[in-house]
Design a binder for this molecule. Structure first.
Ligand code: HEC
Ligand code: HEC
Ligand code: HEC
Ligand code: HEC
Ligand code: HEC
Ligand code: HEC
Ligand code: HEC
Ligand code: HEC
Length: 344
């Protein structure tokens, strides 16, 4: 028996004794994330260490009622957990043969520009720039440096072609091993769906992989048509004007069409809450009920539901109040849907 195996043997005996005598021992080591971390998006990468056979079952739950069950297969346990906006207290409970052997709690604050109460993290909570830190532990099993494949410049036509069958795509990207979760949504964005991560993220930035330019600059680098069309308009919507595309669009993927961060109607009323009644459309001379703003078929955009974007362009327009349909007056707008008895 070598010295190493002798020590390992001894350690496992001690661990065994601790396990039996002290049911709440320090079995779980959380490698990532540190406690009191601030995140911007909905997915958190968690990586744990645990002596093999110390536990046969791990339950992860948060104060938002989210749960995840894991059967540990090795000493390193990596998974992705969903975050709700605001405070997430994540409890990791390890058990063996039905008995809890250790628990660990991590506080993660998901910041959100869309909810005023969650714009500022609580005191003591900080962002951790994972990729600029010391990740030796992870590098035992993962490659953190971008591959040739990641660095390859892709052209738009190629992304368009590849994203059509991205379902079958086996990404050669090194980012995939840890970030595969970000694409598991219904509506995926072209360049992200083909794992062309470095078309927006910069491997030489500080912190590493930061998106160095404003949203508009990064988005318009490919969406040149939209750029010239919107910037030539008289009125540009507030958030677009401020360069904040990602306040509405997830740059990777989401469960809503156009990979919006919320369903379209909900997104608009996040900032224009008072417009949810539709009272503003008719004013109080016409009706006290207000105009419908959802829940009815859109008479113009066939197959879609009526929503705020039925009447307003979310980006820019030459017409007052960002009206759709290139109309100058209220009456013209009404006629677009009510004129030739499209509705009633
Ligand atoms: C002992 C080896 C090992 C170490 C050390 C390790 N990982 Fe992993 N990790 C894996 C394996 C194996 C997978 C599964 C890979 C796959 O399915 O492609 C994985 C998957 C992941 C995933 C994806 C989980 C999912 O299914 O969504 C994340 C995130 C992750 N690792 C993060 C980390 C981080 C962060 C560290 C360092 C703190 C780390 N890992 C250290 C082996 C390891
Ligand atoms: C070892 C696993 C691992 C690999 C491989 C990996 N990442 Fe990450 N990455 C993480 C973790 C952990 C975080 C922290 C945030 C989180 O939990 O999502 C993170 C965060 C990020 C962030 C947010 C900024 C930050 O530093 O917190 C970006 C951007 C990012 N990764 C891009 C990439 C890109 C691009 C690649 C591929 C070239 C990549 N990552 C490969 C684990 C990994
Ligand atoms: C179209 C541009 C674009 C592409 C392509 C893209 N990202 Fe991002 N990503 C962004 C932007 C913008 C942000 C927000 C960055 C910020 O606020 O600094 C972001 C944020 C992130 C974050 C941080 C989320 C968090 O928890 O804060 C991670 C992780 C990330 N990207 C990983 C990836 C990976 C992996 C890929 C490749 C599949 C990828 N991105 C492709 C634009 C992009
Ligand atoms: C590397 C090039 C590239 C960058 C950068 C880029 N996009 Fe895209 N985007 C695409 C491609 C390709 C498509 C798919 C369009 C197609 O197939 O016609 C697309 C589609 C879209 C769509 C339409 C989705 C749909 O369902 O029709 C939206 C919305 C979008 N992008 C928003 C953004 C935003 C917001 C940003 C910045 C965060 C951005 N894009 C940055 C290449 C890019
Ligand atoms: C206020 C929220 C909001 C902001 C900010 C925003 N978008 Fe959009 N975007 C939307 C909505 C909503 C749709 C879907 C419109 C519809 O239902 O027809 C959309 C659709 C799109 C489309 C596909 C349809 C089209 O018009 O080509 C692209 C591309 C796009 N957005 C890119 C961008 C870019 C680039 C930016 C930043 C310059 C941006 N968006 C900023 C809400 C927004
Ligand atoms: C992140 C916050 C935010 C979101 C989300 C948002 N808006 Fe706005 N909106 C603004 C700001 C800021 C202004 C400019 C302030 C002003 O002029 O009142 C504005 C102005 C407007 C205007 C008035 C333009 C004018 O000149 O009268 C309309 C119409 C509008 N938004 C429609 C929408 C629609 C439709 C959506 C959903 C697709 C939406 N907004 C989502 C922040 C937002
Ligand atoms: C049926 C068409 C229609 C729909 C649907 C609609 N609007 Fe409007 N919106 C209008 C008209 C018409 C005006 C101009 C009212 C006026 O002149 O007083 C307007 C004006 C606005 C303004 C600018 C005026 C102000 O008071 O600042 C905002 C912001 C706005 N709408 C947001 C929204 C949002 C958010 C939704 C979805 C909840 C929505 N609208 C749905 C027709 C519509
Ligand atoms: C984008 C299309 C669209 C535009 C533009 C539009 N409407 Fe409507 N309107 C609808 C739809 C859809 C309904 C719901 C019809 C139903 O109940 O099936 C509706 C219903 C109504 C109703 C009945 C409300 C109720 O509670 O039953 C009135 C009144 C009305 N619209 C007036 C107007 C006026 C005035 C304007 C111009 C300021 C206008 N609409 C612009 C689509 C539109």
């Amino acid at each position: 028996m070598s010295v190493k195996t002798a020590i390992a043997c001894l350690l496992s005996i001690i661990a065994g004794i601790i396990l039996r005598t002290d049911a709440a021992g320090n079995i779980i080591t959380v490698y990532y994330p540190p406690d009191k971390t601030v995140m911007e998006f909905g997915l958190l990468n968690i990586s744990l260490g645990m002596p093999i056979h110390a536990a046969d079952f791990i339950e992860v739950k948060s104060n938002h009622g989210l749960r995840q069950k894991i059967v540990p297969g090795s000493e390193n346990i990596c998974f992705t957990f969903t975050l709700e906006p605001g405070m997430n207290n994540i409890e990791i409970i390890a058990s063996k043969e039905g008995q809890v052997v250790d628990t660990s709690v991590i506080g993660v604050f998901r910041r959100s520009d869309l909810i005023s109460a969650y714009r500022k993290p609580p005191p003591g909570y900080v962002k951790s720039a994972f990729h600029s830190g010391d990740n030796e532990k992870c590098e035992q099993c993962h490659t953190l440096k971008p591959s040739e494949n990641d660095r390859m410049p892709l052209n738009l036509a190629q992304i368009k072609r590849d994203s059509k069958d991205s379902g079958q795509l086996k990404p050669g990207s090194t980012c995939y091993s840890c970030h595969k979760g970000i694409m598991k949504y219904t509506y995926v964005h072209g360049p992200a769906s083909v794992w062309s991560c470095l078309s927006c993220h910069d491997a030489d930035a500080i912190p590493t992989y930061k998106v160095k330019v404003t949203d508009t600059e990064v988005c318009f680098s490919c969406h040149t048509e939209q750029k010239s069309s919107w910037y030539s308009k008289k009125f540009i919507h507030g958030p677009v004007n401020m360069g904040k595309c990602a306040i509405c669009h997830n740059p990777h993927a989401s469960d809503y069409p156009f990979h919006l961060n919320k369903p379209s109607w909900d997104l608009c009323i996040t900032c224009h809450y008072e417009k949810r009644t539709g009272l503003h459309v008719l004013g109080d001379t016409f009706s006290s009920k207000g105009h419908p703003t959802r829940g009815k078929p859109d008479p113009v955009r066939k197959g879609k539901e009526l929503n705020c974007a039925s009447c307003h362009d979310p980006h820019a327009s030459d017409f007052p109040h960002l009206w759709q349909f290139d109309v100058e007056s209220l009456l013209e707008l009404c006629k677009k849907c009510h004129g030739d008895k499209k509705v009633r």
